[in-house]
Design a protein around this ligand. Structure first.
Ligand code: HEC
Length: 122
């Protein structure tokens, strides 16, 4: 009985250790400086974190509620198949698309410009 208690404790403590070694299951958050963001892009990152990150990953290709936005402007096409340029991304963000709500009445023009600047860094 006493030995099995010890064994239980050992298993439990290694499980806890593994949990922390794995960074609690979340990827490490990089700072704006580590990402090489300028002031506008860093402001755009804040906008993204507030309004977009619940549905989109920025640094992982995994889909969330919406498609991953990793490399958004580096690819020729958006997930929908439209050309990856400012015009179509603007239409999606302001007007919405499918299950995605539009942010036309939510974001100020400045927040939108900051956000676009940030999306270009992905
Ligand atoms: C409630 C979840 C949700 C939120 C919040 C959200 N999106 Fe989306 N987004 C989606 C879904 C779902 C799609 C796929 C839409 C489709 O093609 O049917 C999508 C698609 C997109 C696309 C790809 C459009 C295309 O043509 O393929 C872009 C770019 C995008 N979102 C950017 C953003 C940005 C920037 C924000 C923050 C301002 C945001 N989204 C907030 C759910 C969301």
């Amino acid at each position: 009985m006493i030995i099995s208690m010890k064994r239980m404790l050992l298993i439990l403590s290694s499980a806890i250790l593994l949990f922390f070694l794995a960074g609690c299951g979340k990827p490490p958050k990089r700072t704006d400086a580590e990402l090489g963001l300028n002031a506008q892009q860093a402001r755009g990152r804040r906008v993204f974190q507030v309004y977009c990150s619940s549905c989109h990953h920025a640094y992982s290709s995994a889909a969330s509620q919406g498609p991953s936005l990793k490399g958004l402007f580096k690819k020729r096409f958006l997930p929908s198949g439209l050309p990856a340029n400012n015009r179509f991304v603007r239409d999606t963000i302001l007007g919405g698309r499918g299950m995605m709500p539009g942010f036309g009445g939510v974001l100020t023009e400045k927040q939108f410009q900051d956000l676009i600047a940030y999306l270009h860094t992905l």
